[in-house]
Design a protein around this ligand. Structure first.
Ligand SMILES: [Zn+2]
Length: 286
């Protein structure tokens, strides 16, 4: 074989909500970590220490089957992002290339996703759809809902599953699940999210698929509180922003701050970061 495919995945963990407090204590997120696709590194996040932690270095695992390149890849970006209403540099990327450009998804092809909603709380059906719409507007990335799946969350999910999804990269998997099925959700962690990037021989990286796990029982509890749907939406948007390639920031005004004080959604820094993530290179070769 000629080129060696190198693949690695980063997984963003989010911690949670002080369950004991009736006051608006806010959401606590854990920290994004980089893990190898085939060798999951320990990435348990101590509760309440998220803000001071930084991701580890990227781990890479060599060799994976890949689909024929260029599936649905167009000549130019499919969508146009909304220009952020105000400038801000209060954002960080989870991964960058050697030239400093952020690692994101190709804007020239749609990003398919499937939802395992078997455990979704009542009334939560639209939260994911609404959050996807928000991220689509912020990035210009075109999302396509491929519908329901029974695929279970997995820490070493195969990015190419032709038997299940055909000869293309597997779609983004969004799962309403439990700590039993997704052990990284244990304790106060409410969700995990991240994407797999792919490159040839150290060349530029691009995300090809991702996964997002939501702790259905915890979110069901949150949804019973006042403003519960706003908090749940904030969690989903925060996780989707990790999936798209945003890292935490130390600025408490941003949704990518590790703690949410008020569920106000994406702020200026978040929006400027997502805008850039929607303008990464197209990848006919992937
Ligand atoms: Zn986070």
């Amino acid at each position: 074989m000629g080129t060696t495919a190198r693949i690695s995945r980063n997984v963003a963990l989010t911690g949670l909500i002080a369950a004991a407090a009736f006051t608006a204590a806010g959401l606590f997120y854990g920290d994004p970590r980089f893990v190898g696709l085939f060798e999951f590194r320990n990435s348990t996040v101590p509760d309440g220490q998220a803000a001071d932690q930084r991701p580890g270095s990227a781990a890479e695992a060599v060799g994976t089957d890949a689909p024929p390149p260029g599936f649905e890849e167009a000549e130019r970006p499919l969508g146009t992002a909304e220009v952020p209403p105000s400038p801000s540099d209060s954002f960080k990327f989870l991964a960058t290339n050697d030239d400093g450009t952020p690692v994101g998804y190709s804007p020239c092809r749609p990003l398919h996703y499937v939802v395992n909603a078997g455990l979704a709380p009542a009334g939560a059906e639209n939260l994911v759809e609404d959050a996807i719409g928000t991220i689509a507007r912020a990035t210009g990335i075109r999302f396509i809902n491929d519908g329901a799946t029974t695929e279970a969350p997995s820490e070493d999910r195969d990015p190419y599953q032709p038997e299940t999804y055909g000869e293309r990269w597997a779609p983004l998997l969004i799962s309403w699940t439990t700590p039993e099925a997704a052990p990284k959700l244990k304790g106060q962690v409410i969700g995990t999210g991240g994407s797999t990037h792919y490159s040839f021989d150290g060349g530029p990286k691009t995300f090809v698929t991702g996964s997002l796990d939501l702790d259905a029982p915890q979110l069901a509890g949150e949804l019973e509180r006042p403003q519960g749907s706003q908090y749940a939406t904030a969690v989903i948007l925060h996780e989707l922003s990790h999936v798209m390639g945003l890292e935490h920031v130390d600025d408490p005004l941003q949704l990518m701050y590790p703690e949410i004080g008020t569920p106000d959604g994406l702020a200026a820094g978040d929006l400027n970061g997502l805008y850039q993530l929607g303008r990464t290179a197209c990848r006919k070769d992937l």
